[in-house]
Design a protein around this ligand. Structure first.
Ligand code: S3P
Length: 450
């Protein structure tokens, strides 16, 4: 599936004129994974429009085929998934390779935990470093058998069993863990309950409802949520329209906000309230972002974003907002580097266990671009002077797409060009990022001098 060579491809962004135009970003990664998974579990044919064709999601498509579903790309660009109903997956005869995708890895571990066979999982070196105990513990409590190398990380094998429902309080705010438990609960008789102290993205709950299941969500005192799911409900195929990914739109929005004179409209962006923290935060910093045409499609809130460049000011980002913008902190760090004053971002322990240690990777890159900051255990305090940082950094991306794109955004507006060591990682979530930026007038080019 991965067609690129093993040779890293350095990519450079340099400052040109302002960004201008109207664009659409690729489909939401979280919703795309789930549409393939639930499509494969529902009886009948599910048609998906706007699926993200990034490497992470293609891993899930391949895995669902290995588990016996028919997954096909149609001539009109939509995707079709034919499932046989909950509990009807087939034993894969080869290892499921999850590549760089923590979401595919954790959701599918939950999915196969109730299947009467053993599924073997592997991934790339980034995924092999990521913690899996957070999924393993609740799945073992339900009765699954998980065998891994020491430390509980990938590669590992999940032997499915007849599971028992659990009542589980998430120790970390993680939609992936919540979703793994709900997927394990699908074919488990009885009531599974997941309590989350801080609400996390609810695409799994929305999609279960979209496929005809009943999910009961109760708001708790103190801001948490309880999710109840009665196992062994039927799922019925339903068409899905995947909105544009707000996490991808965030790169464009920040680039337009920091590059003087820019005026960009991003249409069809998913604005689920548990995903829109970056836009709320940018606005608090003084960004000129207007949300237009708010509407609901296939159970998700969608709108268009009109972003114009403006002066940004440092703020303190409320730590409790972190789950609603967890993937957007790297690019927020870039925005903060152009702002006037201190931006304080804390409560971000989870950033240390993403595709890379995002606090460390960003800190190293910001330093090489001349940004003033203080690194904390759980975040960064960035101090800007309202001017473009020097730039000029050579950035190590550590197999992390969001580190690559964040620093390319920096390079579009910094004084000197910024080079990332390997641009191929952007294929994970945002195929065509450089071309799309190019269409708006930004200059991002592969380094051909190798
Ligand atoms: C995701 C949840 C988040 C996010 C990831 C996608 C999902 O991870 O960082 O990119 O689709 O459920 P956690 O739930 O582990 O925070």
């Amino acid at each position: 599936m991965t067609t690129h060579s093993s040779v890293p491809l350095p990519v450079t962004a340099r400052r040109t004129g302002p960004l201008a135009g109207t664009i659409k970003v690729p489909g939401d990664k979280s919703i795309s994974h789930r549409s393939l998974i639930f499509g494969a579990l529902a009886a009948g044919t599910t048609r998906i429009t706007g699926l993200l064709e990034g490497e992470d999601v293609l891993r899930t498509a391949a895995a669902m085929r290995q588990l016996g579903a028919e997954v096909e790309k149609m001539e009109d660009g939509s995707w079709q998934v034919r499932g046989n109903g909950v509990g009807a997956l087939a034993e894969p005869d080869t290892v499921l390779d999850m590549g760089n995708s923590g979401t595919a890895a954790r959701l599918l571990m939950g999915l196969v935990a109730s299947c009467p066979f053993t599924t073997f999982f592997m991934g790339d070196t980034s995924l092999h470093r990521r913690p899996m105990g957070r999924v393993r513990l609740p799945l073992e409590e339900m009765g699954a058998l998980i065998t891994s190398r020491s430390g509980g990380r990938f590669p590992l094998a999940v032997t499915g069993r007849d599971l028992m429902p659990i009542d589980y309080e998430l120790p970390v705010a993680s939609a992936q863990v919540k979703s793994a438990i709900l997927l394990a609960a699908l074919d488990t008789p009885g009531l599974t309950r997941v309590t989350e102290p801080k609400p996390t993205r609810d695409h799994t709950e929305n999609m279960l409802r979209h496929f005809g299941a009943t999910v009961t969500v109760t708001d708790l005192d103190g801001g948490g949520r309880r999710i109840d799911y009665q196992g062994q409900q039927e799922l019925t195929a339903a068409d899905i329209i995947v909105p544009g990914d707000p996490s991808s739109a965030a790169f464009i929005a920040v680039a337009a906000a920091i590059l003087p004179g820019s005026d960009v409209t991003i249409t069809n962006v998913g604005l689920n309230p548990l995903r829109d923290g970056i836009f709320v935060t940018l606005k608090e910093m003084g960004a000129d972002i207007e949300i237009m045409n708010l509407r609901e499609e296939a159970g998700e809130r969608v709108g268009d974003l009109h972003v114009r460049a403006s002066r940004l000011n440092g703020i303190e980002v409320p730590p409790e907002r972190a789950p609603t913008m967890i993937d957007e902190f790297p690019v927020l760090f870039v925005a903060a580097s152009f702002a006037t004053g201190k931006t304080v971002m804390r409560g971000l322990h989870e950033l240390r266990v993403k595709e890379s240690d995002r606090i460390a990777a960003m800190a190293a890159g910001l330093k090489s671009c001349g940004v003033k900051f203080e690194e904390l255990d759980d975040g960064l305090i960035i101090e800007g002077n309202g001017r473009a940082p020097k730039g000029g950094g050579k950035i190590e991306t550590h197999l992390d797409h969001r580190i690559a794109m964040s620093f390319l955004v920096m390079g579009l507006a910094a004084e000197k060009p910024v080079t990332v060591d390997d641009g191929r990682v952007m294929e994970t979530s945002f195929p065509g990022f450089a071309d799309l930026m190019g269409g708006l007038g930004g200059q991002i080019t592969a380094d051909n001098h190798r």
